[in-house]
Design a protein around this ligand. Structure first.
Ligand SMILES: *[C@@H]1O[C@H](CO)[C@@H](O)[C@H](O)[C@H]1NC(C)=O
Ligand SMILES: *[C@@H]1O[C@H](CO)[C@@H](O)[C@H](O)[C@H]1NC(C)=O
Ligand SMILES: *[C@@H]1O[C@H](CO)[C@@H](O)[C@H](O)[C@H]1NC(C)=O
Length: 529
C-alpha cells in the first residue's frame, strides 16, 4: 500500500469545499446527509509547491536551456490546454512541457528514430521529397549547418509521479536528441517505418497496484492518446508482459497497432511524430475542459464498457452453458428445477444488487457475514467479491457494472468504482486515520463519475485499534496528529494494523438509504421498459 506516500496538496488555490453532495441525484431523489468530513490539506507541502510554481513563473530560463528557449516559447504560446499542439512545433524539433508537477511531456516532430540500446530517441528534420521546392531548400539549409551537429538534447522519465523521487528512480530515463543532420547515417536506418505517431511511456513505478495502474497509467494514456483515434503506436518503457495481458482489452480500444517493448525490441522504429510521457489531470478522473472534443470521465467509462463487452458476453455464455449442463444432468428434477429457476430469476429482476468488495487481513470487515445477512434482510441480492491480483478485470467489470450498491473498505481495490454505472451507490467504509486519502483518491473521483457516494467514517469503537490503545491515546482520539508524523505511522498503525467491526445498527441507516436509491432507480428502469 504505497499510494499514501505523497504530497497532500497538489494544486495551488485548490480549496476543499464543505458541501455534501452525497446521494444528491435529482432523478433518484435521495436524501442528502452524510458522515464524511473533509480534512484540511497539509500546509507545508502547499507552500513548497507554491514556491516551486512561483519560481517557474519568475525564472523559466532556469528550466530551459537558453539556446532553445525562444523556440520553446514560440511553441508554448500556441499550445492548447489538452495537448501540446504538434502543429506549432517545427520539423525536426523537440518541445517539452515541464510545467506540471505531476509529469513531463515532450513532443518530437519530424523524422523520429528510436535507439533503444542507448535509451535514446532521435529526431531529424524530415524532408518531403514529393515537394521538390521544399526538398531543395532543406538541402540548402542543411549544408549551412555543420554535419551531425547536436541541436537540442532533453532528458525525460515518462512516468506520472514526477514529485516522488524514489518512484522515479525506478523509471528509465530517455534521451531525446534533435539533430540538424538530415541524413541519419547508415547505422541508424529505419528497420520499421510507422505511418502513425508513437506515444512512449513507462510501466515502472507503482505498477502492480491497481490504483496506480489506473491512476498513473491507464487514465493518463487515455488522456494523452484518445484524440488520435487509435492511430497511434504505444512504445512501452520498462515493459511487463503481465501488464499487457491485464490491460490488453483497454489498449485495444486505444490503439489499432501492436505495442512495442522499448528495451526488448532493438530495431530502429521510425515515426512521423512522438509524444514521450503522459498527461494526467487529477486522481482517477478526466477533466473535460482539458480534453479535445470535451471528452470526460463518462467517455472513459464508455471505453471501458466497450473494452470488456466481448469478454463479458463470453462469460455470460459460459454461465448459461453451465446452467444448462447442470439441468440436463438431472432430467428427473428438470421440470421442478426449471420452475424454481424461473421463479428465482423473476425474483432477482426486482431485487437490488449489492456487491461487497471484500478484504482479507488488514482493513477487513470482521463481521462481514452479519453484514451480508442484514443486507439480505433489507432486500438486497448480495454478492461478495474477493478480487486478487489474478482476478480478471472483465469479471470484476461484469459484477460491478450490474450492481446497484457497492460496499468497500478504503484501499486500492476501491479503484474498481470506475466499473460502476453512474447513478449507482458507492459506500466507502473509512477506517481511522484514512479520511483524507479516502476522500481525495476515491470519494471525489466517484462523485465526478456520477456515483451516489457515501463515506462511512467508522467510530473508534468500530476499529480494532480500540482494543489495542487506551481511549485517550492520540491514535484513537486524534488520528491526524499521528498520520502527520509520517507515512510509516499511517502505514503501520492505520493501514496494516487495523480491522473493522461494523456497528450494524449504525451502518444499517446508510444501507437503507442506499437501498432506497437503488430501488428508486430499479423501479424507474422497469417503468421505462
Ligand atoms: C511545396 O511547398 C511550398 C512551401 O511550403 C508550397 O508553397 C508549395 O505550394 C508546395 N508545392 C506543392 C506542389 O505541394
Ligand atoms: C463542452 O462542455 C461544455 C459544458 O460541459 C459545453 O458548454 C460545451 O458546449 C461543450 N463543447 C463541445 C464542443 O461539446
Ligand atoms: C453494463 O451495464 C449496462 C446497463 O445495464 C449495459 O447496457 C451494458 O451492456 C453493460 N456492459 C457490459 C460490458 O456488460
Amino acid at each position: 500500500m504505497v499510494y499514501y506516500q505523497r504530497y497532500k496538496q497538489r494544486k495551488k488555490g485548490e480549496h476543499l469545499t464543505e458541501e455534501d453532495e452525497e446521494c444528491q441525484s435529482i432523478i433518484m431523489g435521495c436524501s442528502n446527509s452524510g458522515y464524511y468530513t473533509r480534512t484540511r490539506p497539509k500546509l507545508l507541502s502547499f507552500v513548497f509547491l507554491s514556491l516551486l510554481s512561483c519560481s517557474f513563473i519568475l525564472a523559466p530560463h532556469l528550466f530551459y536551456p537558453n539556446t532553445t528557449f525562444s523556440l520553446l516559447r514560440l511553441a508554448a504560446d500556441d499550445m492548447v490546454a489538452y495537448a501540446p499542439s504538434s502543429s506549432s512545433i517545427s520539423n525536426g524539433a523537440i518541445f517539452c512541457d515541464r510545467s506540471s508537477f505531476r509529469s513531463d511531456v515532450c513532443i518530437l516532430k519530424g523524422d523520429v528514430r528510436t535507439h533503444s540500446r542507448s535509451s535514446s530517441i532521435f529526431v531529424y528534420r524530415s524532408r518531403d521529397k514529393s515537394n521538390f521546392t521544399n526538398y531543395l531548400s532543406s538541402i540548402v539549409e542543411e549544408n549551412e549547418e555543420e554535419n551531425g551537429e547536436k541541436l537540442h538534447h532533453e532528458k525525460i522519465k515518462p512516468y506520472t509521479r514526477k514529485w516522488e523521487p524514489s518512484t522515479m528512480d525506478t523509471v528509465t530515463e530517455l534521451d531525446l536528441i534533435a539533430k540538424t543532420d538530415g541524413t541519419p547515417g547508415k547505422q541508424h536506418e529505419c528497420d520499421v517505418q510507422h505511418e502513425v505517431p508513437a506515444i512512449f511511456f513507462s510501466t515502472a513505478g507503482y505498477t502492480g497496484n491497481v490504483y496506480h495502474e489506473f491512476n498513473d497509467g491507464i487514465m493518463p494514456l487515455y488522456i494523452t492518446s484518445q484524440h488520435l483515434r487509435k492511430q497511434v503506436v504505444f512504445v512501452i518503457v520498462d515493459f511487463h508482459n503481465w501488464w499487457l495481458m491485464k490491460y490488453g482489452d483497454i489498449l485495444s480500444q486505444l490503439s489499432d497497432y501492436p505495442v512495442i517493448s522499448f528495451s526488448a525490441d532493438k530495431r530502429t522504429h521510425c515515426f512521423p511524430e512522438a509524444t514521450v510521457g503522459l498527461q494526467i489531470h487529477d486522481e482517477l478522473t478526466v477533466d473535460s475542459s482539458n480534453m479535445e472534443g470535451n471528452k470526460s470521465i463518462f467517455d472513459f467509462r464508455n471505453l471501458l464498457d466497450g473494452a470488456y463487452r466481448p469478454r463479458v458476453t463470453s462469460l455470460i455464455h459460459e454461465r448459461e452453458a453451465k446452467k444448462k449442463l447442470s439441468v440436463s444432468m438431472s432430467p428427473a428434477s428438470k421440470r421442478s428445477l426449471n420452475i424454481k429457476r424461473k421463479a428465482h430469476e423473476a425474483h432477482q429482476l426486482k431485487r437490488a444488487r449489492l456487491v461487497i468488495i471484500s478484504r482479507k487481513g488488514s482493513r477487513a470487515i470482521t463481521n462481514e457475514h452479519l453484514l451480508v445477512k442484514m443486507a439480505e434482510k433489507i432486500g438486497f441480492e448480495v454478492e461478495v467479491l474477493r478480487p486478487n491480483s489474478g482476478t480478471e478485470l472483465a469479471m470484476i467489470y461484469w459484477v460491478l457494472n450490474s450492481s446497484d450498491v457497492v460496499i468497500g473498505v478504503h484501499g486500492a481495490a476501491m479503484t474498481h468504482f470506475l466499473f460502476m454505472r453512474p447513478g449507482s451507490v458507492l459506500i466507502q467504509v473509512i477506517p481511522l486515520g484514512t479520511s483524507w486519502a479516502a476522500e481525495e483518491y476515491y470519494g471525489k473521483p466517484a462523485r465526478k463519475l456520477g456515483l451516489n457516494y457515501i463515506g462511512y467514517k467508522i467510530l473508534t469503537t468500530e476499529s480494532s485499534l480500540h482494543n489495542k490503545y487506551g481511549k485517550d491515546d492520540p491514535v484513537l482520539k486524534n488520528p491526524t496528529s499521528v498520520t502527520k508524523k509520517g507515512w510509516e505511522y499511517t502505514k503501520e498503525i492505520y493501514l496494516e494494523g487495523q480491522t473493522v467491526s461494523l456497528h450494524l445498527t449504525r451502518f444499517k441507516k446508510q444501507l437503507l438509504r442506499a437501498y432506497d436509491c437503488a430501488i428508486g432507480r430499479t423501479t424507474r428502469h422497469f417503468e421505462q421498459q
